[in-house]
Design a protein around this ligand. Structure first.
Ligand SMILES: Nc1ncnc2c1ncn2[C@@H]1O[C@H](COP(=O)(O)OP(=O)(O)OP(=O)(O)O)[C@@H](O)[C@H]1O
Ligand SMILES: [Mg+2]
Length: 168
């Protein structure tokens, strides 16, 4: 029998900004695993709407009440290496569509090639969040759409502040 112990999962993403889809996955993961490390990918070559610190702050606020999550960030590092650093045996990824799955399956195989001991688990969100992506939320919100049902209230507020300041 397998030794009983703590299982930590790592959930990587850009979270620019976090949506209800992300939160839904974090909540599900927090119920399944003992600890969930939410890892923000800090990609300096990609233009983000929210800075790393802003993304971290928003994630911190929306996950606070769960009690078994930790927010970290990473830059130019293999996910499997980061997972090991945090003693995470599982990578959590969200699958919204077949298109997501095709990409994720390839990533899973590459990660497995690098480290066979780390397992990737795919979770699906509630149907009402199955079309939600940060990029699409930003795009429609910038054109005036009401995205209040798609992002947590603190994110909604932050998004509006950003859009107001960028509209001059
Ligand atoms: N609505 C959602 N339902 C389920 N999983 C999601 C959802 N949105 C994002 N995810 C998952 O969260 C992880 C991080 O994704 P990512 O940071 O790329 O978010 P995103 O919403 O897809 O943003 P972008 O539009 O910038 O790609 C991925 O595994 C992704 O599949
Ligand atoms: Mg994405």
């Amino acid at each position: 029998m397998k030794e009983v112990g703590m299982t930590t999962a790592i959930f990587p993403g850009t979270f620019d900004p976090a949506t209800n889809g992300h939160l839904d996955l974090i909540q599900r993961s927090a119920r399944i695993f003992d600890k969930v490390v939410v890892a923000i990918f800090d990609n300096p070559s990609k233009q983000q709407m929210f800075s790393l610190e802003e993304r971290r702050g928003l994630l911190q606020q929306i996950t606070e009440e769960l009690g078994n999550t930790e927010i970290v960030s990473f830059q130019r590092q293999l996910l499997v290496t980061l997972a090991k650093t945090h003693q995470a045996a599982v990578i959590v990824r969200g699958v919204r569509s077949v298109a997501d799955f095709e990409y994720e399956a390839q990533m899973t195989s590459m990660n497995r090639y690098m480290d066979d001991a780390i397992e990737t688990v795919y979770l699906t969100p509630r149907v009402e969040y199955s079309f939600v992506a940060s990029s699409l939320v930003k795009e429609v919100a910038s054109l005036g759409a009401d995205v209040s049902a798609l992002v947590p209230p603190v994110v909604f507020e932050a998004l509006h502040k950003k859009l107001q300041s960028s509209n001059g």
